[in-house]
Unconditional design. Sequence first.
Lengths: 113, 264
Amino acid sequence: MHELSLLENVRTILEAHARSQHFQTVENITLEIGALSCVELEALTFAFAAVMKGSLAECAELKFKRIEGQGRCFECGQLTPMIELYDVCKHCGHFRVEIVSGLEMKITELKVR
Amino acid sequence: MCGICGCSDMSFSGKFIPVNKANALLFTSYDSIQGDESADKSRLIQMEVDLLGKNNSYAEKNRHYFQEHGVFVLNLVSSPGAGKTTLLVETIKALKEVFPIVVIEGDQQTQHDADRIRATGVRALQINTGRACHLDAQGIGVAVAKLGIENNSFLAIENVGNLVCPSAFDLGEAHKVVVLSVTEGDDKPLKYADMFYAADLMIINKIDLLPYVDFDMDRCIAFARQVNPSIHIIELSATKGDHFSEWTNWLRESMQKMIKSHAL
């Protein structure tokens, strides 16, 4: 459900940028979403049209750039891929892994006119 | 060009591979984006704006206020019915003479929880989030201003009963405290890993019911540590008082530390 709040933030950010950067329409939006972030892409896509209705991004296309989850093991110091927050280090099997990427939730690019 | 939002004339024309609703879930990468000389008036704007940026900036403001005024803040999260309000009521009874306590209650509807807190003689402010599933930092800032919290107090924020959304919203608290009761599944730390990852303390509540339920304590703790190796865990029963002093001692020590650092 918080996808709705996140999209409301997207709308606010777009409106602010439209004023400062002088555009009227957003044609597409690229969101960078980490694989370990608490965001459901289906829910974002589903709610997008409803939240953007009547806004400058009403007809915009939503695109995602996926950032893979990656952690650094406290035990062996190596980088290890992470699909879930609780994945163990693939090299040594240790639980203590610090997440270095995959939690991102950002707008990275707009196509506007 | 500004590294944060790209606010300069460094924009350029280009063409995206169209992504409609049906294929929006197919991830694209920047490698697939090619410049197009025949482009129309469309332009690209590069930016790096966090979707939670607004909430996070309000949370930082709150945190700064709490540090300046020596207010120790916990954000209590759990699924509905895990016993957050009962835990708070019993905590207030045990500690209200030791330091000032104030409560912010978050629920989608009703004043019921705030009424339960007020019955203990402590001030409580209810925030009804309506359709929203979590409290946000801006709302907490407004509530704190309304409450007028005195220095060196304990502020408990009882979040909306929900193990999903509140994990993403920093309120400016010192710690998130996740409450899990033994009448729930012992695998919840894995099922709702985001929340257990975000919390610093896990309270396993209703341990007086352990003989009657199929809850494996060791398994639950192992799962929680798998998600968050540094999570602190306290097992207790808020209604029966089992091990309750372990929690109140933790709270007293945390308050003392905070007051000391505030005095510096």
